[in-house]
Design a protein around this ligand. Structure first.
Ligand code: DGL
Length: 274
């Protein structure tokens, strides 16, 4: 069986790339809900509904474990899916998110105990990072700032353009105005590493940027080593299949650019039969 990796669009590719670098032996199924992206400004109910459809689609296509490589979906849908839906769908299957593993690394990364979070409006509004951090290290001061334009810039292939400089600088300045003591910025949206060059150009030199790809890859490796009953079900042919809810031409050209190699995706519908 495969490992499913889900995002609202292209952002999860930044996670898949690192997971495959760390765990190349497994078979992966990537799903981007590009047709309905962005999720970041959608309501709790809609993000939950869309995410559940995606998880079901990945289970139906042979995934035993699904990583929600999307902070917005992790914030708004993960807990309900784990607690309410999985027991009815298939209690032996697993759905994992990206927020807790990210928060777990923070006590080791920040020296000033002042951390900035850049994320979608939905993730910020959910307060999930703050709530997780309270359990981990309540002394860490978290400043959250929503960047509503960043996902559309990436999804529309504007991430390298001069136009994106304006929005990246504006949001980073707004974050540091709220707390100048920040020494670590969490990119709490899986699309944002695609803007990393721009982000690094506008932050103070001594500030660290935490990208989630390596963090989630470490956490998955650790999870599989602690759960042999899941690991033994995974197939080892080192393949990856890409699914999108958009037209394949659009997905293939942008995803190939992000991954640095040509890919051929397949279109699926998440609403057929509903
Ligand atoms: N990659 C998603 C995340 O990590 C982006 C959400 C969106 O579609 O706005 O939050």
């Amino acid at each position: 069986m495969k490992i499913g990796v889900f995002d609202s669009g292209y952002g999860g590719l930044t996670i898949l790339k690192e997971i495959r670098r760390r765990l190349p032996q497994y078979d992966y199924l990537y799903l981007g809900d590009n047709a309905r992206n962005p999720y970041g400004s959608r309501s709790f109910e809609i993000v939950y509904e869309f995410t559940l459809q995606a998880v079901k689609a990945l289970f139906e296509r042979g995934c035993h474990l699904v990583v929600l490589a999307c902070n917005t979906a992790s914030a708004k849908a993960l807990r309900t899916i784990q607690q309410n839906d999985l027991p009815a769908l298939d209690p032996s299957k697993r759905v994992l998110g990206v927020i807790r593993p990210t928060v777990e690394t923070l006590p080791e990364v920040t020296a000033t105990k002042h951390v900035g979070l850049l994320a979608t409006p939905g993730t910020v509004k959910s307060n999930s990072y703050y709530l997780e951090l309270q359990k981990m290290d309540p002394e860490i001061h978290l400043t959250q700032h929503a960047c509503p334009m960043w996902v559309p810039l990436v999804e529309n292939n504007e991430f390298a353009s001069e136009g994106s400089d304006y929005f990246v600088k504006k949001d980073i300045d707004a974050l540091f105005r709220q707390d100048p003591l920040i020494d670590t910025i969490v990119l709490g949206c899986t699309h944002y590493p695609l803007l990393l060059d721009k982000i690094e150009a506008f932050i103070p030199k001594d500030v660290k940027v935490l990208c989630q790809g390596p963090v989630v890859a470490d956490s998955l490796e650790n999870y599989l080593s602690r759960h042999p009953e899941i690991e033994m079900r995974l197939s080892n042919r080192a393949t990856v299949t890409y699914l999108t809810t958009e037209h394949t031409d659009k997905f293939d050209s942008l995803a190939s650019l992000f991954l640095g190699k040509p890919i051929n995706s397949h279109t699926i519908s998440l609403t057929e039969g509903l």
